[in-house]
Design a protein around this ligand. Structure first.
Ligand code: F6P
Length: 756
């Protein structure tokens, strides 16, 4: 089909060109033919006259003397010589004898002096006649002129036939030339492309020894540069010129990915069904990952595969373990994977959260690695890989693998769905090789992750740590310039995609004013309307710096006693991973710390710290963000931290102050926050004081800038960049079938939010 199309594309213009040539050639051929036949008739006329010799002179002379008719004599000559007409002009230019058909339009004319003959072509209604006049002389006298007339209609008919032949000839030659040209072009193009592929593909593995055809070598570098330039240009246009909304993301999926299948795989599910007061209700878990991915899946309408961990999850799925999400306005499919008690203990509580979590966070909690946990981790990764294959509707879905629970999954998926585009996002920090090397299965983990086409981290620092770890533990080749790793003949890109939040916040449309939120929240907390309120929102996790925050509040009250009775710090702490000793211990520490500080500075009707260890729904959290005078994020180490971004996004009144740990990924973007070292209690206390005394104007200026950053780099852009990169990989694969072509540069690198 392609060849037919190509041939037609070539043949049609060729036919036009040949037509034009034929159009120009035909009159030329016509002209030449006529001239040729005229010459021929002249010659023929001359031969006739010469053949008649003296006999005609004598006959005409005799008849002129006797004045008798000459018709029979002329008729005989005409028959013998196949003439159209014959006439004789005397020396007085009188037409003395003529045959019947001799046209009246031919007149006798004086003979040119010394000329052997006189010829002309005379047009008549149905054609043309060739007229040749020869002087008749003999015995030293001139009798007159013999006029021989030939019919030239045969010239026209021969010329028409000849034109036909010329047209056929040109058409046949044209067809032959075009077919030969198309065949040669196809062969050379194929050779050229395969040469280029070889050259470019080979070059990826051995940059210094390209083995493509030598004649293509000079073009390869230019071609690669050109492709990169075009991509960079397009990427910058795509990325920064788009207003990133759910709709823009959806359009991108249709335009760049042709509406292709998108799957998310994460441990935590976006909606957990639980039984509360005898009723089944859907809960949204406290998870940055869910905050980030739910709006994206609403836009993409794909399938999200996650662990079904809710007490009523099994009651709400269909026979294929699927349920539509979100429960109130279904937009995508949630496929639940069930884990046995043993699997959950080993994979989730054990390897993921007692091993990798403390390993990757610098929070001074010792990681625990147990072989049995590792076995369960492998098992559960396999289970999710099988679920992905079951859910895949196409052979090449785009699969977004989430987080440290699934380090082995990308390679498993690569084996089961070789054509899939796999993007793995690691939501937590990646430490340096020495630290990561503490894990007894470092090689397996890194190799598993390298089954992805792209691995994403929040910061460049974590990308570099990963590159170094891969180079240290595997036989692979890292390319710092393009941020890629080549391992076992495949290439994985390591890119920075700083995650963000839904902005503008969907839920804000349903909320009342900030003033309303201030009053309502204070009323619920039982504190007076004018009490200043500080807020912390975290999972009850030892990495979040909750104890450090409480100590900073205590220090504030020590250093600035004027705040006693006038300031309350509310810490919302969602219970998490409570089967792990370290978390249970931490919970007890936090509760004890809050009680101690309240015991020290509290009084009747006043508690400096309010601790709420319970789950809050997103709408409720939003109310608290809007009610607070400041939000304090004190993570000891955090990949990104979305609480700070949620707080900023919630404050469309441009008020409120953010105090942010310098050890969060977000601190590189939200430069207008009061950045603190959570280990430095005095600095934190002073920042609390600065926040509480900050003029409204300054609050507005800082908040406005931070909101602008989140406006420009919201969650849709985070996903959009990854999907654009996925689209680019897929486009390239069409050009170079194997995963051998250099992965395109990420959309995230040149236009990422400002990094401090
Ligand atoms: O920070 C990493 C992360 O996976 C987040 O994406 C998420 O907020 C949190 O951990 C959730 O933890 P869990 O699912 O164990 O409650």
């Amino acid at each position: 089909m392609k060849v037919v199309r190509l041939t037609l594309r070539f043949l049609i213009p060729l036919a036009i060109v040949l037509g034009l040539i034929a159009y120009g050639v035909t009159p030329l051929a016509d002209n030449l033919l006529t001239q040729w036949f005229v010459k021929d008739l002249e010659l023929r006329s001359k031969l006739i006259v010469n053949a008649l010799d003296n006999s005609i002179f004598e006959t005409i002379d005799a008849r002129m003397q006797t004045k008798t008719r000459i018709d029979a004599f002329f008729r005989r000559i005409m028959q013998d010589e196949r003439l159209f007409a014959l006439g004789f002009c005397d020396t007085e230019q009188q037409l003395r004898f003529r045959t019947e058909q001799f046209p009246d339009t031919i007149a006798c004319e004086p003979a040119a002096e010394g000329a052997e003959s006189r010829t002309q072509v005379v047009e008549i209604p149905n054609g043309s006649l060739h007229v040749a006049a020869f002087p008749l002389q003999g015995s030293g006298r001139v009798l007159g002129e013999l006029v021989l007339v030939h019919d030239m209609s045969f010239v026209t008919s021969r010329s028409t036939r000849t034109q036909g032949y010329i047209m056929y000839f040109i058409a046949i030659i044209g067809a032959i030339v075009s077919v030969i040209t198309v065949i040669i072009a196809q062969l050379s193009l194929r050779g050229w492309i395969s040469g280029m592929r070889g050259l470019l593909g080979e070059n990826r593995q051995h940059p210094l020894s390209p083995s493509g055809p030598p004649e293509l070598q000079p073009f390869a570098r230019d071609l690669r540069r050109l492709i990169r330039d075009v991509e960079t240009d397009r990427r910058l246009r795509d990325d920064s010129q788009t207003v990133w909304t759910a709709r823009a993301l959806k359009e991108l999926l249709t335009k760049e990915l042709g509406g292709e299948e998108v799957m998310v795989i994460s441990n935590r599910e976006p909606y957990i069904h639980v039984r509360r007061d005898g009723k089944v209700v859907a809960q949204v878990p406290a998870s940055g990952l869910v905050t980030a991915l739910d709006p994206i899946m609403r836009a993409c309408q794909g399938t999200w595969i996650a662990h079904g961990s809710g007490s009523a999850d099994r009651e709400t799925v269909d026979a294929q373990d699927r349920v539509q999400a979100p429960p109130d306005h279904p937009r995508y499919t949630l496929r639940r994977v069930w884990l046995s008690e043993e699997e959950e203990r080993g994979y989730y509580f054990g390897f993921a959260n007692e091993g990798i979590w403390p390993l990757c966070h610098i929070a001074h909690v010792r990681p625990n690695f147990r072989s049995e946990d590792w076995r369960q981790y492998i098992r559960v990764n396999e289970k999710f890989a099988r679920a992905a294959v079951e859910e895949a509707k196409t052979e090449d879905p785009v699969i977004l693998v989430q987080d440290y629970h699934f380090a082995l999954l990308p390679r498993m998926l690569r084996r089961l769905l070789p054509k899939a585009t796999i993007i793995t996002f690691w939501h937590i920090p990646w430490p340096n090789p020495e630290e990561f090397g503490i894990c007894p299965w470092t090689e397996e983990i890194v190799s598993g992750l390298l089954g992805s086409n792209i691995i994403g981290f929040h910061t460049r620092f974590h990308c570099n740590n990963f590159l170094e770890t891969a180079e240290r533990f595997l036989e692979c080749r890292g390319d710092r310039e393009h941020s890629t790793i080549s391992f076992r003949g495949e290439q994985t890109a390591v890119y920075r995609y700083p995650v963000s939040v839904d902005y503008p916040v969907r839920l804000i449309r349903q909320t009342k004013s900030v003033e309303h939120a201030r009053l309502q929240v204070r009323e619920k907390l039982g504190i007076p309307p004018d009490r200043r309120l500080g807020l912390g929102v975290d999972r009850l996790d030892y990495t979040k710096g909750i104890v450090e925050k409480l100590r900073a509040v205590e220090r504030l009250l020590e250093r600035h006693p004027e705040w006693i009775g006038r300031f309350t710090f509310l810490q919302i702490a969602a219970p998490t991973r409570d089967r792990i000793d370290e978390y249970r211990k931490f919970r007890a520490d936090v509760v004890a710390e809050a009680e101690r500080i309240n015991g020290r500075f509290g009084s009747d009707g006043y508690q400096p710290v309010i601790l709420r260890v319970e789950h809050h729904e997103p709408a409720d959290i939003l109310q608290h963000y809007r009610a607070a005078d400041l939000c304090f994020v004190a993570s000891l180490h955090d990949g990104m931290n979305l609480v700070c971004k949620e707080f900023v996004a919630a404050r469309n009144d441009e008020r409120g102050v953010l105090i942010l740990s310098q050890f969060t990924g977000a601190s590189r973007e939200l430069l207008e926050a009061l950045l603190v070292n959570p280990y430095h209690v005095d600095q934190c206390a002073e920042s609390l004081h600065s926040a509480l005394t900050m003029p409204e104007e300054e609050q507005r200026d800082r908040m406005r800038n931070m909101r602008a950053t989140i406006h420009d780099f919201n969650i849709f852009r985070w996903a959009g960049r990854m999907l654009l990169d996925a689209a680019r990989i897929r486009q390239r694969r069409r050009f170079v079938p194997k995963n051998t072509f250099p992965t395109p540069l990420p959309v995230s690198e040149p236009s990422a939010p400002p990094a401090a």
